[in-house]
Design a protein around this ligand. Structure first.
Ligand code: NAD
Ligand code: ZN
Ligand code: ZN
Length: 362
């Protein structure tokens, strides 16, 4: 098969590599119909994730079709169309039993394109298939569900749910990249009074308005704390969601939040940030951190099927799967290309329910 193979920092290629096969009876082999690239893949290519061994196929987000199942797989069969998510669940360890699949100690967690071959490929081996993939309703296209593989559950679980967003809240989202925009989209499910988006890039703030932000602040030019206080009668935001991953934005969130409010950190941090307990100790604030578990994926799928959530605006660019290298260039140059998510479409990508029938009959 052809796949995007990592060859160490700064080096990757779209090349011929071994077809995946069943290694454990709980495995399934999935033909990748649509895949996408994540900011984490760019981190891997910079060498920031040293566990990723040269020779690994990258990618951890896809929609595909089951073509083979191991002898212990009982709920999936050939032809089933499935969402393959960034998190795999063994279904048996303590964390999986509590719904904390991201922390799986039984061989799951974030493994695709990290510890095992990933999903920017024509085919993939999917471990623990019964407990890790989600069947896609016939009525939905690949692009409607593809972003449930990472950004939507991440922003919803680690941002909106950890932050306890509620009706009437003022929600400040710092960082309007794909994760921040997904936080804006899923925060709106709770009817907040207002969503305020903060970013340094005006183009991202424009996107934030398209995704439902009521107010935008360029915190490079404006005094964000003063603007948020003015909007909230001097109190501050009920919830501040950190969706960047640098010390300044974490510290900014702790200044934006009102007494008694929540700071939900989503960003992946590479440097230590200062926790200003000298001002926070008296404010009754709750600060949460987290890795996505994807326990909300079925709920988000229902919201999409019910017409209440539409993640398709995240798809800003489309490429054939074999043009994955060009897709990486476009995605990595988001400042110039305005890319949010680039969709990699295989030969059988489902763009309409009609296409679904053709894909499965092959
Ligand atoms: N916790 C998890 O499970 C999890 C999962 C996936 C991604 N993440 C993390 O979430 C974060 C956001 O991901 P993304 O894909 O949206 O990233 P991104 O880089 O595409 O977007 C980040 C945005 O932050 C803005 N920004 C940068 N510095 C800023 C500053 N000082 N103030 C305001 N805005 C600033 C950028 O202009 C950009 O629009 C990353 O740190 C990523 O690693 C966490
Ligand atoms: Zn990702
Ligand atoms: Zn587990």
């Amino acid at each position: 098969m052809q796949a995007l193979v990592y060859h160490g920092p700064g080096r990757k290629d779209w090349e011929t590599t071994a077809d995946p096969g069943i290694l454990a009876p709980t495995d399934a082999i999935v033909r990748i119909d649509s895949s996408t690239i994540c900011g984490t893949d760019l981190h891997i290519l910079k060498g920031d994730v040293p566990e990723v061994q040269p020779g690994t196929v990258l990618g951890h987000e896809a929609v595909g079709t089951v073509i083979e199942t191991g002898s212990a797989v009982t709920t999936l069969g050939e032809g089933d169309r499935v969402l393959v998510s960034c998190i795999t669940s063994c279904g048996r360890c303590r964390f999986c039993k509590e719904g904390h699949y991201g922390l799986c100690t039984g061989g799951g967690g974030w493994i695709f394109g990290h510890l095992i071959n990933g999903l920017q490929a024509e085919y993939a081996r999917v471990p623990f298939a019964d407990t890790s993939v989600y069947k896609v309703p016939d009525t939905l296209t690949d692009e409607q569900v593809l972003f449930l593989a990472d950004i939507l559950p991440t922003a919803y679980e680690v941002g909106v749910l950890n932050g306890k967003v509620d009706a009437g809240d003022t929600v400040a989202v710092v960082g309007a990249g794909p994760i921040g925009l997904a936080a804006i989209m899923t925060a709106r499910l709770y009817t907040p009074a207002r969503v305020i988006a903060l970013d340094l890039a005006d183009a991202r703030l424009e996107k934030a308005r398209e995704f439902g932000a009521d107010v935008t602040i360029n915190n490079g030019r404006e005094d964000a704390v003063a603007v948020v206080q003015e909007l909230t009668e001097g109190l501050g935001a009920d919830v501040a969601i950190e969706a960047v991953g640098v010390p300044e934005t974490f510290e900014l969130c702790t200044e934006l939040v009102r007494p008694g409010g929540h700071v939900a950190n989503v960003g992946v941090h590479g440097h230590s940030a200062t926790l200003h307990l000298e001002t926070l100790w008296i404010k009754d604030v709750t600060i949460t951190t987290g890795l996505v578990d994807t326990f909300t994926t079925p709920r988000l799928l229902d919201l999409i099927a019910g017409g209440r959530l539409d993640p398709t605006p995240f798809a800003t660019h489309r490429f054939g799967l074999s043009d994955t290298l060009a897709a990486y260039e476009t995605f990595a140059a988001a400042g110039e290309t305005n890319a949010l998510k680039v969709v990699l479409e295989g030969e059988y990508a489902v763009r309409s329910p009609q296409a679904k029938r053709e894909a499965v009959s092959v």
